[in-house]
Design a binder for this molecule. Sequence first.
Ligand SMILES: Cc1cc2nc3c(=O)[nH]c(=O)nc-3n(C[C@H](O)[C@H](O)[C@H](O)COP(=O)(O)OP(=O)(O)OC[C@H]3O[C@@H](n4cnc5c(N)ncnc54)[C@H](O)[C@@H]3O)c2cc1C
Length: 537
Amino acid sequence: MEIKTDYLIIGSGIAGLRFALQAAKTGTVAIVTKKERMETSTNYAQGGIASVIDPDDSLELHKKDTLESGGGLCNEDIVKMVVTEGPERIRELISMGVNFSRREGDGESLDLGMEGGHSKRRILHTKDRTGQELEEVLLRHTEEDKNITFYENHMAIDLITQSKMIKRGIIASESRETCWGAYVLDAARNRVITFLARITVLATGGAGKVYLYTSNPDIASGDGVAMGYRAGVKVANMEFVQFHPTCLYHPLAKNFLISEAVRGEGGILLDSRGNPFMEKYHPLKDLAFRDIVARSIDLELKKSGEECVYLDISHRKASFIKERFPHIYGTCLEYQIDITSEPIPVVPAAHYMCGGLLTDNTGLTNIHNLYGIGEVACTGLHGANRLASNSLLEALVFGKRAADRASHDFEDNRHIPLPKPPIWDPGTATDSEDLVVVTHNWDEIRRFMWNYVGIVRTNKRLTRARSRVEIIQQEIKEYYWNFNVTRDLLELRNLAQVAELIIACALLRKESRGLNYNLDYPSQDDEHWKRDTVIWI
Ligand SMILES: Cc1cc2nc3c(=O)[nH]c(=O)nc-3n(C[C@H](O)[C@H](O)[C@H](O)COP(=O)(O)OP(=O)(O)OC[C@H]3O[C@@H](n4cnc5c(N)ncnc54)[C@H](O)[C@@H]3O)c2cc1C
């Protein structure tokens, strides 16, 4: 089966939806999303979006904070552009109906939150469910647009590129590498659809599931980076994985985050004896950058042999806690933890991928007509470490910018006939009866990534991880070609690909900087390493 569309967007988070709203003004849009449309990281974001709204704040300060967090690797022009365009994108959200929290009393001015690394209060939030509010409003608008069609439970497998068609003799001449859409698994009907598009957008989010402990939902298996890399897109800075310092530690809680905003509002980290410990590690104490807090907790846990540390906000008024953090309060209470009177057990967990598909300032990759936006991309905004709440902002700004640029390209080539790519050929593949291989490999990747490629790395651990991933990739190759594709198998293949890329980048970078901390090279080496780690096929 074949579906033709002007714009194919893979992913229904903030980046994909923002792009869709803009692109739908000029053409037809298909959004494919591998589960239900709400199931995105966006939907789980708690803290909020950083932007300069307060007259006491300035674009210059937001830029400075972002650059400081990025450990010398941010692209200054991109930082300036994102913080400058941010306020306008926020005003658009408000006019669409996003209900950001207002200050008590006047009920008019926006209630701006504080988070680690920010020198001013500039986090717009909807209590502690900001992502859900954004996702719902953006979905409402996209659903009302006649030019936009959703395909839920459709998982993109691989991109359709010019060179693949040249290889098969469909296109004769060598020309600029171009993307023409993607092969997509319709999971409910168990069939592969060819989506043919003039513009293709990877808005597939992050890759937290490559680690055993993560704050990310299950969809975050790095599919976009893996698909892009296989198609020839340059990938950068994959070693910079941000570990959130505070995920709820409870045997029944799968991946529940305790927002940075809790520390922003006075939460203090304690060891198991109830002693605060962050003052030993950084003058900003509990409000130090995330990597420092995560590493400090990791060190405390390694020293004490305990399983978790504690985050205490109980010194604030119960009414304030319930009003400001209703979601965190309610969820913790489900696990019999009353955060108004006792500390919350927490551990660090993989949270955000700073690296990804290398793009220009419009989200365009090195492949013609192929864009990467949101967490899947490496735009130069985050450098070696993302500043809290800058990611929703980046996705929003690039969603709009990419669509503006893509509409131009689309106008230019809308009259060129679309090529006729081969339909998906399952060959002699049969259904597998041995799914245990998939689950076993999946589990193994996530464990060795946590143990060997986690918060603190060494060359020996990285090399060990590299040999493990090579063996697993060989097994997957056999499996992939012998059996019909399933969502689990596709995700496993992508996870292994992303693991390989993170390990490769971490082995290349012979220094410690930002989120990459390697005991064999404990210091920063500006002379040789003040640059991105870029790899491609
Ligand atoms: C718990 C949590 C809290 C966070 N809090 C904040 C915060 O307060 N502030 C902030 O700025 N950032 C926060 N972040 C990060 C931020 O939410 C994400 O970076 C951002 O939402 C990513 O948006 P996105 O549109 O790029 O991807 P997502 O919102 O993750 O959407 C990805 C989409 O791609 C789809 N997809 C993936 N692979 C495929 C495939 N192969 N085929 C089809 N569809 C596919 C998914 O189904 C999904 O629809 C948080 C993240 C988490 C997990």
